[in-house]
Design a protein around this ligand. Structure first.
Ligand code: HEC
Length: 120
């Protein structure tokens, strides 16, 4: 009985410590301002989560493409892109539409890209 309890505590500790080191390494990259550019970071976030609707010819009722640097910058400046991806999951107007909210690290990376004045 006592051994089982110890094993339970030990496995909980292992699970907890591996989660902790994962999130530390995840947080490391986007917080380095100089690394966040459209090419290295933003493009792949948009490609993986948005262009299924916001493609070259937008589908599913999406009003614009998000396939180029200019498209994405324009959507930030004139279409509230950061606000849309920052809304709570399931909130009206939240993007990606109908999908899970982006990981917070991705939202932070886009926010840093905007603060750094859209490096290409
Ligand atoms: C399943 C399809 C779909 C996906 C995936 C999707 N969108 Fe949209 N998006 C739409 C539709 C439809 C609208 C128009 C309705 C609205 O404004 O809410 C829209 C509107 C928007 C608008 C506002 C446009 C305007 O003119 O006001 C922004 C900004 C936006 N999307 C950004 C994104 C971003 C960034 C992603 C990826 C993180 C994304 N969307 C993923 C379908 C989608």
């Amino acid at each position: 009985m006592k051994n089982k309890t110890n094993l339970f505590i030990l496995s909980g500790f292992i699970a907890f410590s591996s989660c902790t080191s994962d999130s530390v390494s995840d947080l490391g990259e986007p917080s380095n301002l100089s690394e966040v550019t459209y090419t290295t970071t933003v493009k792949s976030i948009i490609d993986n989560n948005c262009i299924v609707c916001h493609g070259n010819s937008p589908t599913n009722g999406a009003p614009m493409s998000l396939t180029t640097y200019e498209n994405v910058k324009d959507a930030v400046l004139t279409r509230n892109l950061l606000d849309r991806i920052s809304r709570a999951e399931g909130a009206s107007g939240a993007m990606p539409l109908g999908g899970p909210r982006l990981p917070q690290n991705d939202i932070n990376a886009i926010s840093e890209w905007i603060d750094a004045n859209f490096p290409q």
